[in-house]
Ligand binder design. Structure first.
Ligand code: AMP
Ligand code: MG
Length: 324
């Protein structure tokens, strides 16, 4: 029988190809800045349909908790046509709109003892800019992430080499370490956090966290290098492979009650943990993926190489706006 890991890898790779195709067409036909949200929506739905269908074929009983559902699609025939068109170029059959909706809605499952969680495109804004985004899939068992596959189609294999090949797949299984694969299958290597790297990774979008607070805290722990700003969960990948020592996500003061979605962190968390790092919320609590689609009992994210964790929690605790 094909393993969960192999199914997840194959499904994410196919979804990445679909996203890349949509992104390439988008760049050709639109000035990316002017693009409306439809290209990303086509890729979101297409990616979710492919991955949910692949899981369903082998793990019919498993729940899938994914970001999208088919409602918007059903209300928009033109969008539907786009999604069906891209999907038909990936499967042998010519799919009906109803089949596509059924595949997408396979992702409307509930959090439970065993389930998958999926972000078909994490970092939508990066996707629209022609920049970084991720396809993130994780398998959850008894409240713990068991497997994570994180596809980053535009991420160079090394950040310090701008000419490096682009496209990374991060894979981690509980107790078995973390790997990075290139998309052409030429590279597959174990990855580890770094104890010497001194850089923060954070969101590009200023509304998704508190970039001023991050800068202040970085200075407090003696980190002077500029942060690595990146959309989507690729931030977990660069931490896991040692290019950053911290991925920090303090709640934005304008949205202090924001609670993180499980699919935005499950795959990234296991990649970092299996590479030797540590992931908690900003109060030092373990992320609780069992509460539902959002982590209602956690605030923000702190992922580090482990060593810097206590010191950073202390700084965060002292930061005025982080008090509960
Ligand atoms: P990033 O690319 O790291 O900025 O993360 C993208 C994710 O941020 C999206 O998938 C959203 O789920 C999430 N997001 C949206 N609004 C907020 C917010 N106010 N605070 C934190 N995260 C948010
Ligand atoms: Mg997301």
């Amino acid at each position: 029988m094909v393993s969960e890991k192999q199914i997840a890898i194959n499904a994410v790779l196919r979804a990445m190809q679909l996203c890349q195709r949509v992104q390439a067409d988008m760049v050709k036909t639109d000035a990316v800045e002017k693009a409306d949200r439809s290209p990303v929506t086509v890729a979101d739905f297409g990616s979710q349909a492919l991955i949910c269908h692949a899981i369903n074929e082998l793990f019919e009983k498993d729940a899938i908790v994914a970001e999208e559902d088919s409602q918007t699609l059903q209300a928009n025939p033109q969008l539907m046509q786009g999604v069906v068109g891209y999907l038909n170029s990936f499967v042998e059959d010519s799919l009906s709109p109803q089949t596509v909706c059924d595949w997408i809605d396979r992702g409307s499952g509930e959090v439970g003892e065993r389930f998958w969680t999926l972000d078909p495109i994490d970092g939508t804004k990066g996707f629209l800019r022609g920049d970084q985004y991720a396809v993130a899939l994780a398998l959850m068992l008894a409240g713990e992430v068991k497997l994570g596959v994180l596809g980053c189609p535009n991420l160079p294999l090394r950040l310090d080499d701008p000419g490096a090949q682009r496209g990374c797949l991060f894979v981690a299984e509980r107790g078995r370490g973390a790997q990075m694969l290139s998309l052409d299958g030429q590279l597959s290597e174990g990855i580890h956090i770094s104890r010497t790297s001194r850089r923060f990774a954070e969101s590009v979008e200023s509304t998704h966290s508190d970039l001023d607070a991050h800068a202040h805290i970085a200075r407090q722990v003696g980190i002077m290098e500029p942060p690595i700003r990146m959309d989507g969960q690729g931030k977990y990948g660069v931490l896991a492979r040692g290019e950053a020592s911290v991925y920090i996500r303090l709640p934005n003061p304008a949205t202090p009650d924001y609670r993180e979605c499980i699919w935005d962190h499950a795959a990234g968390l296991i990649v970092v943990e299996e590479a030797g790092g540590l992931v908690t919320d900003i109060d030092g609590q373990a992320l609780d993926f069992s509460r539902g689609r959002r982590m209602t009992d956690n605030r923000g994210i702190l992922a580090t190489n482990g060593e810097l964790h206590p010191q950073l929690l202390e700084c965060i605790h002292r930061w005025p706006q982080s008090s509960k």
